[in-house]
Design a protein around this ligand. Structure first.
Ligand SMILES: Cc1cc2nc3c(=O)[nH]c(=O)nc-3n(C[C@H](O)[C@H](O)[C@H](O)COP(=O)(O)OP(=O)(O)OC[C@H]3O[C@@H](n4cnc5c(N)ncnc54)[C@H](O)[C@@H]3O)c2cc1C
Length: 586
C-alpha cells in the first residue's frame, strides 16, 4: 500500500528560496514568512498523509455506486471530506467576504498538490467546488454571490462544471442544451450533459451545477452560449433549501481511474437556473477561471508523478536484485538493491528532475495568478495566460510518463494493484484528456497565445530568461552546467516561434502539425529556467538537500533539456510528413 510523505522541505525551498513569496511584491500578501507557510503546509500535509492517502486505494477499489438516483461515494470519503471542509481548507484562498481565508493562490496550489497526491479522486469534489466558486465570484450577481459563495466556500454545498454533451466535447459550439427564459427572470434548462465530475454524490447538502446552454434565438456556435447556475435543490429567498430541481443523474460511468470520483450523465428536464453574467457571454465567463482550472489539472499530473515516485524510490532502495557492475553495495546480502543499477537510476532521476522542476514551475505560475488577481499586474496576466496551456499539457503528459516509469521500476509488482502504483498510472491518465485535451492545449498555445497581445507575453518570457542568464553570467558555478544549456534551449524555442511566424499564415497546418512539439519544447525551457533558478538558490546552501538539488538540476540540463533540439527539428519539418497521406490511407 502506498504511503504518502508530504514534500514539505521541497515546497519551502521552492516558495521561499526560489520564488521568494515572502516578498509581498511576488504574492501580493505581506505575511507569507517561512514560519507561517510552514505551519499551513505541515497541517495540510498531515491531513493529506493521515486522512486522505489511506482512502486512496479504498476509493479505487470500491468506486461510486448509483442507488435510486443517489450516488454513494466510497466508505470513509464523507468523513474525510468533512475533515477538510471543517478545517477551512476548501476556502483557503477564497475571499474572506464569503468566509474564505484569503490566502494567496500559490498557497492553495502547494496545499492542493499534497491533497491530489494523497487522493486525487476525493480532492476533485472540492476542486470542482473551487471552480464553481471562482466563476460565480468573477461573474455572478450580488444575489448569486450572497446565495452560493458562503456555502461553496464552507463546503456545505459543492460545485460542478457542465460543458460536455454526447456529441460535443472540444467543439462547444455544437452544444444543444436549451435554456428557455421565463417571465420571472429565471430559465428552464433542458438537455443532457455527460462526463460530469462530482455531478451527484452524498458528500454535501446541495450541488451547485454551472451549466453551459443556449438561449433560443441567440447567435449560432460558441457566440450563442450562456452560463447558468442550476442547483440540485432550489434555494429559497431565506437561503434554506427548497424543492428538488428537475435534474438527475442518469448513470455513472465505468472508467479507467479516479474511481472514487463520480463521473455522471446529468439530465436536465426543465430545471430552473439563473443566468451568470450576460446572455451569450457564457464561454467567456467560463474561460476566465480556466487559467486556475487548467493549472489545477497540471498539478494533478505532477502530483500523481510525485506520489508514484515516492513508492518507486523506496522500492528501488529496498528490493534486492542483481549485483552492481562496479562494487557490491550489499556484499553480505544475496544481491544489491535495484538502485545500484544505472538504468534504474536514470528512471528515478528522470522522475525526480521532472517533479521538482515541475513543482517550482506550477508554483511560479500560481504566483503570476496572484500578481494578476491581487495586484492587477497586466504583465503577469499576459504571462500566465501564455503559460497555462504549457502547465496543463506539459505537466500532465510528463506526469503520466513518470507514473509509468515508476511502475516500471517495480517490475511485475508495478502492474499488480497491491503496491498502488498502477492506480497512480490510471488516475494520472485523465488529466491529459479533460479540461481541454492536451492536443487542444497545444492548439491554444500556438493558435492563440503565441500571437496574443502582439506577441508581448512571449517576448516577455524570452526577456525573463535572457535577463536571468545575463545577470548570472559571471557565475562559473552556474554557467556551463545551467546557463549555457538554458541559452541553447531558449534559442530552440525562439527558432520554433520564428518558424511559426514565417510559415503559419500561409500554411496553418505547418504550425499546427508542430503544436504538441512546441508545447513540449516550451515546457522544457520553463523547467530549464526553473532549474537554473533552483541551482542558484541551492548553491547558497551546503547541506545534502542543497547538493542533491544542484545534482538533480544538472541531470535535467544534461539529459532532459536537450529534447528541445528534437522538438525543434520536428517542428521545422513542417506539415508535409504529417499530412502526406489521404484520410483513406489510415
Ligand atoms: C473522467 C472524466 C471526467 C470529466 N469531467 C468533466 C466535467 O466535470 N465537466 C465537463 O464538462 N466535462 C468533463 N469531462 C469531459 C472532458 O472534458 C472531454 O472528454 C474532453 O474535453 C474531450 O472531449 P471529447 O471527449 O468529446 O473528445 P473530442 O472533442 O471528440 O476530441 C477527441 C480528440 O481529438 C482531439 N481534437 C479535437 N478537436 C481538435 C482540434 N480542433 N485540433 C486538434 N485536436 C483536436 C482532442 O485533443 C482529443 O484528443 C470529463 C471526461 C472524463 C473522461
Amino acid at each position: 500500500m502506498a504511503v504518502y510523505t508530504p514534500p514539505l522541505r521541497d515546497m519551502a525551498f521552492a516558495l521561499h528560496d526560489v520564488l521568494r513569496v515572502q516578498d509581498s511584491a511576488v504574492s501580493g500578501y505581506s505575511d507569507l514568512d517561512r514560519d507561517f507557510t510552514a505551519a499551513i503546509l505541515e497541517e495540510a500535509g498531515k491531513i493529506a498523509r493521515d486522512v486522505l492517502a489511506p482512502l486512496n486505494a479504498i476509493g479505487d477499489r470500491m468506486g461510486c455506486r448509483l442507488e435510486n438516483g443517489v450516488v454513494r461515494t466510497p466508505t470513509g470519503f464523507k468523513a474525510a471530506f468533512d475533515t477538510v471542509r471543517t478545517g477551512g481548507w476548501i476556502g483557503l484562498d477564497c475571499d474572506p467576504e464569503y468566509g474564505g481565508q484569503g490566502m494567496p493562490y500559490v498557497m492553495g496550489t502547494a496545499v492542493g498538490e499534497m491533497q491530489v497526491a494523497a487522493n486525487m479522486a476525493l480532492n476533485m469534489y472540492w476542486g470542482l467546488t473551487h471552480g464553481a466558486y471562482s466563476a460565480i465570484h468573477a461573474h455572478g450577481s450580488a444575489d448569486q454571490k450572497a446565495t452560493y459563495l458562503p456555502k461553496l466556500v464552507s463546503g456545505e454545498w459543492t460545485g460542478t462544471m457542465n460543458l460536455t454533451e454526447p456529441h460535443c466535447g472540444t467543439d462547444l459550439g455544437l452544444l444543444r442544451t436549451r435554456a428557455e427564459p421565463q417571465a420571472d427572470g429565471t430559465y428552464l434548462l433542458t438537455g443532457q450533459k455527460i462526463f460530469i465530475s462530482a455531478g451527484e454524490h452524498d458528500l454535501s447538502e446541495n450541488i451547485v451545477h454551472l451549466v453551459l446552454a443556449k438561449i433560443p434565438g441567440g447567435p449560432a456556435g460558441v457566440k450563442g452560449i450562456s452560463l447558468f447556475v442550476v442547483p440540485k435543490f432550489i434555494v429559497k429567498d431565506d437561503g434554506a433549501l427548497g424543492p428538488r430541481n428537475a435534474l438527475s443523474c442518469g448513470k455513472i460511468e465505468e472508467k479507467m481511474g479516479i474511481h472514487g470520483n463520480s463521473t455522471c450523465v446529468m439530465n436536465y428536464d426543465g430545471a430552473t437556473g439563473s443566468l451568470i453574467g450576460e446572455e451569450h457571454k457564457g464561454l467567456r465567463a467560463m474561460f476566465t477561471m480556466m487559467n486556475e482550472a487548467r493549472i489545477g489539472v497540471g498539478l494533478q499530473g505532477l502530483a500523481q508523478a510525485a506520489a508514484a515516485y515516492q513508492v518507486a524510490s523506496a522500492y528501488a532502495r529496498d528490493r534486492l536484485q542483481g549485483r552492481a557492475v562496479s562494487e557490491a553495495a550489499n556484499p553480505d546480502g544475496p544481491a544489491d538493491p535495484l538502485i545500484v543499477h544505472p538504468d534504474v537510476r536514470r528512471a528515478l532521476m528522470d522522475q525526480k528532475a521532472f517533479i521538482e522542476g515541475g513543482r517550482a514551475f506550477a508554483l511560479w505560475a500560481a504566483t503570476l495568478i496572484d500578481a494578476d488577481v491581487r495586484a492587477g499586474d497586466r504583465h503577469a496576466a499576459g504571462l500566465v495566460s501564455l503559460l497555462t496551456p504549457v502547465v496543463k499539457g506539459f505537466l500532465t503528459d510528463k506526469g503520466f510518463e513518470c507514473t509509468v516509469q515508476a511502475q516500471q521500476i517495480l517490475g511485475g509488482h508495478g502492474y499488480i494493484e497491491e503496491w498502488g502504483v498502477s492506480q497512480f498510472v490510471r488516475d494520472a491518465r485523465i488529466a491529459m484528456i479533460y479540461e481541454g485535451a492536451n492536443g487542444v492545449q497545444a492548439l491554444d498555445l500556438v493558435g492563440r497565445k503565441l500571437a496574443a497581445d502582439g506577441g508581448k507575453p512571449v517576448m516577455a518570457f524570452f526577456e525573463i530568461v535572457k535577463a536571468f542568464i545575463k545577470a548570472n553570467d559571471g557565475d562559473e558555478r552556474l554557467r556551463p552546467g545551467f546557463l549555457d544549456p538554458l541559452k541553447a534551449a531558449s534559442k530552440d524555442l525562439q527558432a520554433a516561434a520564428m518558424f511559426f511566424m514565417a510559415n503559419g499564415i500561409k500554411n496553418p497546418n505547418a504550425a499546427l502539425a508542430g503544436s504538441s512539439d512546441f508545447l513540449h519544447l516550451f515546457g522544457h525551457v520553463c523547467l530549464g529556467y526553473m532549474w537554473a533558478r533552483m541551482a542558484k538558490a541551492a548553491l547558497e546552501g551546503s547541506d545534502d538537500f542543497h547538493h542533491a538539488k544542484v545534482a538533480t538540476g544538472r541531470y535535467y540540463m544534461a539529459r532532459l533539456l536537450p529534447a528541445t533540439g528534437l522538438h525543434l527539428a520536428r517542428i521545422q519539418s513542417g506539415a508535409d510528413p504529417v499530412m502526406a497521406l489521404p484520410a483513406e490511407a489510415f
